[in-house]
Design a protein around this ligand. Structure first.
Ligand code: SAM
Ligand code: DTB
Ligand code: SF4
Length: 328
């Protein structure tokens, strides 16, 4: 069995990342196959519960108020609307609903009370509930946990050194501090990044290293390919190459062998063949449903056809609770 390590050096991860591609994929696939459930793919569905108008300046994001994008601002959804969307996602095969809000941070106000009601309601549908709401205090994380939240998504996006180039309105330490608060509340952690922001390979390796050297590996690591959106500062970035995506996924799989690695944003630009290679390289989760938060994604039916073709099956909800992982 591959050892779970938290003391990775930059050079070690760099060596893995630069392994000749087919050897890299083979090694990642081998580690992935030590897990008897390798053909199971976790399906998460995203729901933007509060859209646009965000005060932050994340240079990739169509929801930042300061950029002129086509995103329409939408106030916090009603609980009933969320339940309806969750039921639809569940009947299409999603085991997890991830609710996203274009907030810098959670505030202790009536909107948060409503999110707590949403968490309770989706949890009652026997789905894993995930939220991504920006920065959280420990007390807020605890309130979410008490309401039945399963996971919290908070991405590092890039390396610590590169962060200031991408976002100026908060720091890397703010990000790490929220992850710490999430852990203190015993929630599972979902944290990953984006490639295609103009980062260097060293930045990618450094981000993987930060995630891997946390006291506990995140239970899930989303790897997003930048979706360039008109009006954002990164609108003209070239499309990420499949080879880079494969190297990121395979390296993440090798360095964090038990983690769920999610092939996240960017799938509309990928062929089924390219996605198949990502599953081979150790990806075992996707975001499904025709929309991510504000941008398009393949439909549930397209994904089910792909699962059929590749012999993959959707993972049931709460599997880790029923069969706890040995150690992360
Ligand atoms: N506002 C909260 C925050 O920033 O944590 C939650 C929502 S935010 C949209 C969630 C994540 O979506 C970001 O951390 C980023 O990784 C990802 N994201 C946003 N825009 C993206 C884009 N254009 N392409 C790829 N990923 C994107
Ligand atoms: C993650 O890593 N990717 C998702 C989710 N976590 C919140 C978001 C992708 C957003 C892509 C751009 C959009 O649809 O607005
Ligand atoms: Fe706001 Fe999150 Fe978008 Fe940044 S990524 S602008 S915090 S919604």
């Amino acid at each position: 069995m591959t050892a779970i390590r938290h003391d990775w050096t930059h050079d070690e991860i760099s060596q893995i990342y630069h392994t000749p591609l087919l050897d890299l994929i083979y090694e990642a696939a081998t580690i992935h196959r030590e897990n008897k459930d390798y053909a199971e793919v976790q399906i998460s569905s995203l729901l933007s519960i509060k859209t646009g108008g965000c005060p932050e300046d994340c240079s990739y994001c169509p929801q930042a108020a300061r950029y002129h994008t086509d995103v329409e601002v939408h106030a916090l959804m009603q609980v009933e609307e969320v339940i309806e969307a969750a039921q639809k996602a569940k009947s299409s095969g999603a085991s997890r609903l991830c609710m996203g809000a274009a907030w810098r941070e959670v505030r202790d106000n009536r909107d948060f009370d409503r999110v707590i009601e949403m968490v309770k309601a989706v949890n009652e549908l026997d789905m894993e509930v995930c939220c991504t709401l920006g920065m959280l205090s420990e007390a807020q994380a605890q309130r979410l946990a008490d309401a039945g939240l399963y996971a919290y998504n908070h991405n590092l996006d890039t390396s610590e050194d590169d962060y200031k180039r991408i976002i100026t309105t908060r720091t890397y330490d703010d990000r790490l501090n929220t992850l710490h608060n999430v852990r203190k509340a015993k929630l599972t952690v979902c944290s990953g990044g984006i490639i295609g922001l103009g980062e260097t390979v060293a930045d990618r390796i450094s981000m993987i290293r930060t995630l891997a050297n946390l006291p506990q590996h995140p239970e899930s690591v989303p790897i997003n390919a930048l979706v360039p959106v008109k009006g954002t500062p990164l609108a003209d970035m070239p499309r990420v190459s499949i080879w880079d995506m494969l190297r990121m996924i395979a390296t993440t799989r090798i360095v964090m062998p038990k983690t769920v690695v999610r092939l996240s944003a960017g799938r509309t630009e990928m062929s089924v063949t390219e996605q198949a290679m990502c599953f081979m390289a150790g990806a075992n989760s996707i975001f499904a449903g025709e929309k991510l938060l504000t941008t398009p994604n393949p439909t549930f039916n397209q994904d089910l056809a792909m699962f059929d073709l590749l012999g993959l099956k959707p993972r049931e909800a709460f599997k880790n609770k029923k069969q706890p992982l040995v150690e992360n």
